[in-house]
Design a protein around this ligand. Structure first.
Ligand code: GLN
Length: 537
């Protein structure tokens, strides 16, 4: 049977439960345990697929096509193992299952209630991961902050599980904030005391406190927290603000978070992990030998979480190239053919981000035309590829009304269109082309060189596709389909002949980049941008 670690959050949101969970998981993995992480989100949506990025940041897609919370991206990036639908559960999904069962008559005339029916379904979902694969340890992150009305059923389920499993099989970590009051020049423990009290009211005594803080916490604070929160002093862990999220596993190792957890779970300790590969990655990340400026053109730029996986992919691939990648966020709505040169001329490469809808699309076309004509490295992801195809058809093939069905559904020249099996779909949730699909690459392509293979598999999340009716014309004019799905014959990658680096992909490579395996296309894009910068002198 797997052992369980629950991570709850107190005082405020955004303390980094996902990063703490992923860091602890990494340390346990390095010690030889098989670990996975799951996230429970208390909102009523079935999944974040229908949420605006401004609400919830990026939607992370797993191999099996689940649209999930962006924390799953951190889990994959840290652990280098894929997650699945079972790793992300929402209140919407829990209720949907219970209500469907009620309609089937599965509750045999009983009154269906939060306790035991909703809590039982939560408990079943907690253990579901164990059914799929064997794990030594499962970390469960409970979204939201203790005290939220919506998290109550999760905390009740946790209380029951703890009572059923016992404290050597289930450990509770509470992540909390120790604010620094600059006027008083003091760190304050009171919010944490209150938050633990709140947790105690649900019947849960945390075993370990992880304290986010901007200043080191001294012995006095540890003693105070230990006394008021009923936690052993050595189980009060400092989580100091770090320069990079990738420093956190090393900080947690120094604080012995993994050791304390393993002792509580009565698992074998063994020697401390050396974290050789991780430290080598950090070394390169912090000591770059070159620098480039990449423009990230999108429309959700105000919120950095909207492009989380893209930004992290640049961190991974940048570190491996020993290159500092300055990602400059550019709002596509602020670009037009008049100002595009002025706004982009200092850049060494341009990435056109994924997205939905027509807002800001003309700025994307203008940017693509500029980089295409001026030999500036270009990387288009999903909508980025679709825009590159429209721009090429308009300005090179001279199909002046070329457009995408997403932007102008009734137009004649739909060079990007809905597939017949998408036309009838009315429901928005979970109906896109989602998850991993195979793709075969043309041997001589830049992409095949980057991957070092002609057989790849990448994750998708889109409704629209390149219209095969126009592909031959594009090919003749130099826009080459170099990646094709053999089953559906859909074009997955386009490259522009004669351009130093012009690659557009229909899938989301950013979802597969990890610390240990940076994505080949991000690596090759960075190399191209470095070369371009050198060529400028
Ligand atoms: N909106 C486009 C589509 O649905 C692109 C989606 C994306 O960039 N993820 O096909």
């Amino acid at each position: 049977m797997a052992k369980y670690i629950f991570v709850t959050g107190g005082v405020t949101s955004s303390l980094g439960k996902g990063i703490i969970s992923a860091s602890l998981a990494k340390l346990l993995q390095e010690r030889g345990f098989s670990v996975t992480i799951q996230k429970f989100d208390p909102y009523i949506n079935i999944d974040p697929g229908t949420l605006n990025p401004y609400e919830h940041g990026e939607c992370f897609v797993t191999e099996d096509g689940a649209e999930t919370d962006l924390d799953l991206g951190h889990y994959e990036r840290f652990l280098n193992i894929p997650t699945s639908q079972a790793n992300n559960v929402t209140t919407g999904r829990i209720y949907q299952t219970v209500i469907n069962k009620e309609r089937e008559g599965a509750y045999l005339g009983k009154t269906v209630q939060v306790i035991p029916h909703i809590t039982d379904e939560i408990k079943r979902r907690v253990k579901l991961l164990e059914e799929h694969t064997e794990h030594d340890i499962i970390i469960t992150e409970v979204g939201g902050t203790v005290g939220d009305i919506e998290s109550l059923p999760y905390l009740e389920a946790l209380r029951q599980l703890r009572q059923e499993m016992g404290s050597t099989n289930l450990v509770c970590i509470h992540l909390t904030l120790i604010p620094y009051l600059s006027a008083a020049k003091e760190l304050k423990t009171k919010p944490t005391q209150h938050s633990v009290k709140e947790l105690l009211m649900t019947g849960i005594q945390p075993d370990i406190l992880v304290c986010r803080t901007e200043k080191p916490i001294n012995d006095e604070i540890r003693t105070k927290l230990s006394r008021f929160c009923n936690v052993n002093k050595n189980s009060v862990i400092e989580a100091l603000d770090a320069d990079s999220i990738y420093d956190v596993p090393i900080l947690m190792l120094k604080e012995k978070l993994d050791t304390i957890v393993l002792r509580k779970l009565k698992l074998k300790l063994g020697p401390d992990p050396e974290m050789i590969a991780w430290k080598s990655f950090l070394g390169k990340l912090k000591n770059p030998t070159s620098e480039i400026n990449i423009g990230l053109i999108g429309k959700y730029n105000e919120l950095q979480d909207a492009y989380k996986s893209i930004l992290e992919s640049f961190v991974h691939a940048g570190a491996y190239n020993e290159c500092k990648v300055n990602v400059i966020s550019i709002h596509s709505g602020a670009l037009d053919s008049e100002n595009v040169e002025h706004k982009l001329k200092e850049l060494d490469g341009v990435l056109i981000a994924p997205g939905f809808g027509e807002r800001g699309i003309d700025g994307k076309y203008a940017a693509i035309q500029y980089v295409r004509e001026n030999g500036i490295p270009f990387f288009g992801i999903c909508l980025g590829l679709q825009c590159a195809v429209v721009e090429f058809c308009r300005n090179v093939l001279n199909i002046k009304n070329a457009t995408s069905e997403e932007v102008k559904p009734r137009a004649k020249e739909l060079v990007v269109h809905l597939l017949p099996d998408q036309v009838q779909i009315k429901k928005k949730g979970g109906t896109m082309r989602l998850g991993a699909y195979d793709c075969k690459l043309k041997k001589s392509s830049l992409s095949a060189k980057a991957y070092g293979s002609t057989e790849i598999s990448e994750r998708h999340r889109h409704r629209y596709e390149i219209n095969n009716k126009y592909v031959d014309q594009m090919k003749e004019a130099g826009m080459i389909p170099v990646g094709i799905n053999q089953e559906s014959k859909l074009v997955e990658i386009m490259e522009l002949k004669g351009h130093p680096y012009f690659v557009g992909v229909q899938f989301h490579p950013e979802l597969k980049s990890t610390v240990e395996s940076p994505h080949p296309l991000f690596m090759s894009f960075i190399e191209a941008a470095k070369k371009y910068r050198l060529s400028k002198g």
